[in-house]
Structures are given as C-alpha cells and as structure tokens.
Design a protein around this ligand. Structure first.
Ligand code: UDP
Length: 324
C-alpha cells in the first residue's frame, strides 16, 4: 500500500490515478483544505490534517504502508512571505512529524515534492542540481529545510528518498477525469484559459522588460501526467536494490515565454485572450529552465505529454468540462 499525502490535490490526484492504473493499492491522506474529494480516485481515503500526529499514527497502524509520496503542502509564494508561520509549520514541521512516524513504523521509502524555487535567482540556466541553493521566499525555504532533514535522516535512519524539484506543473489528465482547480487561481495557463472562456475580461502579463527575447519570463512547463509518471518511477527506483537517496530536477529542459504561452492558448482555443501588460510580479526570476538529464538517466523517465500544445489542449478540455 502506498500512502499519498495531498492525494486530493492537483499533482497528487494525477499521481494516484497513475498508481492505480498500474496496479498499486493507494491510501490518500488529505485535509481537503485545498484538495477536492471528487479528485480522490482510490476507495481508501482518510480526511486528516498532517499536524494530527495521533491520527497519522493510526493510519500507519491501519494500513500496511510500503512507501510514502508526500504532496501535502502550501505553495503560494507571495503568501509564504506574508505568513511564514503557516508555511514552516505545515510544510516543514508537519513533514518532520510524518518522517518520524514513518521511522517509528519502519517505513523507509519517501518521494518528496520539492521545487525549483529553492535555487532562488539563477546564476546560470539551464539549472542543474549542483546550482547553489538560495531560497528567496518562505515557501522555498520550507522545502529546502525538508531536503536537508532528508539528508540527515538518510544517513542516520536509512530513510531513502527521492527529492523531485518541480518546474512548472500544468495541463490535465488526458481522459478529462481530473484537472487543475485552485482557489484562488494564480497560475498562467489556467488564468489564460479562464479569459478564453469569458470568465475573466483580460490576463495580466507581469513584466515585459525582462532580459529575454520578447521581454517576458521564460519557464519550463511540464505536463502533470509526466510529473505523475516520474513519481511512479521514483518509487520503483527506491524499491530497486541500488535505490540510494537522490535529488532530481523535474522539468523538460525546454523553456517558453509568457507571451508564447498566451499565443499558444489563443491558437488552441480559438479565442482572442486580451492582455494587459503590467509591472513585474515580485520574486519572479527571468528564466527558469531545467537541466533534466539526471532524472532521465536515473529514473529512465522521458516526458511524453509536455509539448506546449498538448499541455494547453488538455488544460482547455478540462476548463470547458470541469467536474470540480
Ligand atoms: N504570469 C503572468 N500573469 C499571470 C500569472 C502568471 O504573467 O496572471 C507569469 C508569471 O510572472 C511567471 C509565469 O507567468 O513568469 C508563470 O507563472 P505561474 O504563476 O504560472 O508559475 P510560477 O512560475 O510562479 O511557478
């Protein structure tokens, strides 16, 4: 049985779907503060808050858990600097408690959702895993602290982990069963599609004076099903005899500008998507693109759906036929 925390959330629910498809048994733990009950595709669901260690321990007693994939976290960068308490308590302290419970029950395989934002403002791109770690917000710091704890827990308690540093997750399940649903929504692609759908009058472009070819930020967009697939491969890596703890970038290696993304949204949807160019959003580096050779080599992973048109097409299908 695999325990997936945050399995009612965006990336978590897509990973659960893939785990079930290939025959794993899955129990989802989620407090539904941001996730959706409809997105939980396994019959084993525990509505529990991560801070409730007693409840977490009873889940470890109830199920025979082989490994944990840990998604549950807060992830809004701007909010994290205003409410660091919320981020350090949930993302760091509650994760530490979860790790301690795992050790208590002898569960020693852990797949962790980390983030490319722990690199801070890039000194060079594409970013490889050796790039200096310099978080510039409480969200990234909360994740860096867990990466660091995992190093010590690996050495002291043989807790083996794969730390996946995500780039920009996007897109939706190709069957249309689940998709992205955040409240508030802050991400570029779903916001652009809400404008295309007529739900919002225009899209703000945050900054057109970046040192990039068209002046807008460049990001590495990775389809959520490719992310999900990497988690399964990380789990299988940990099960293999050579599964030593490892940290991997999870991006495609290709970057697109904000304007390129919006133009592709226009092409895919056939709608105009009016934009307003405003000032930069605080804390946005100009370019974030992964050097992704290591994840390809170590996990034998290749992105299959991360072509920008496929991403936007799947997100559009979801946007017009949303189930939650
Ligand atoms: N962005 C934008 N307008 C929006 C939302 C995002 O111009 O309404 C830009 C943002 O500044 C960044 C890129 O789109 O350069 C991707 O932002 P998103 O919030 O989707 O992901 P992030 O890179 O912050 O994880």
């Amino acid at each position: 049985m695999i325990l997936v925390t945050g399995g009612a959330g965006y990336i978590g629910s897509h990973t659960v779907k893939e785990l079930l498809r290939i025959g794993y048994e899955v129990v989802v733990l989620d407090n539904l503060s941001q996730g959706h009950r409809e997105a939980v595709l396994t019959p084993h669901f525990e509505q529990v808050d991560l801070q409730d260690q007693k409840a977490i321990r009873s889940i470890f007693k109830k199920y025979s858990i082989d490994a944990v994939i840990h998604f549950a976290a807060f992830s809004i960068v701007g909010e994290s600097n205003l409410l660091p308490h919320k981020y350090f308590n949930n993302n760091t302290k509650n994760t530490l408690q979860l790790l301690d419970t795992m050790i208590e029950f002898g569960v020693l395989k852990f797949v962790f959702s980390s983030t490319c934002s722990i690199y801070g403002n890039p000194e060079y791109v594409p970013l490889d895993e050796k790039h200096p770690i310099r978080p510039i917000n409480a969200y990234a710091e909360s994740k860096r602290m867990v990466e660091s704890i995992l190093e010590y827990y690996n050495n002291a308690y043989a807790l083996k982990s794969v730390r996946l540093r995500y780039f920009n997750a996007c897109g939706a399940d190709l069957d249309g069963q689940i998709g992205e649903s955040h409240d508030p929504e802050t991400h570029l692609i779903p916001l652009a599609l809400k404008v295309a759908k007529g739900e919002k009058p225009h899209l703000n472009i945050f900054g057109t004076d970046y040192p990039t070819p068209d002046g807008t930020c460049i990001r590495d967009y990775i389809h959520v099903t490719d992310l999900a697939d990497a988690h399964i491969k990380a789990l299988e890596y940990l099960k293999s005899a050579s599964g030593e703890s490892i940290t991997l970038n999870l991006g495609t290696g290709s970057g697109y500008s904000v304007k390129e993304v919006i133009e592709t949204c226009r092409e895919v949807t056939g709608h105009p998507i009016p934009t307003i160019e405003i000032t930069r959003r605080e804390g946005d580096p100009s370019v974030l693109v992964a050097q992704s050779q290591l994840v390809k080599d170590k996990l034998n992973w290749i992105p299959k759906n991360s072509n920008l048109k496929t991403i936007i097409h799947s997100a559009w299908q979801w946007e017009v036929n949303r189930r939650f």
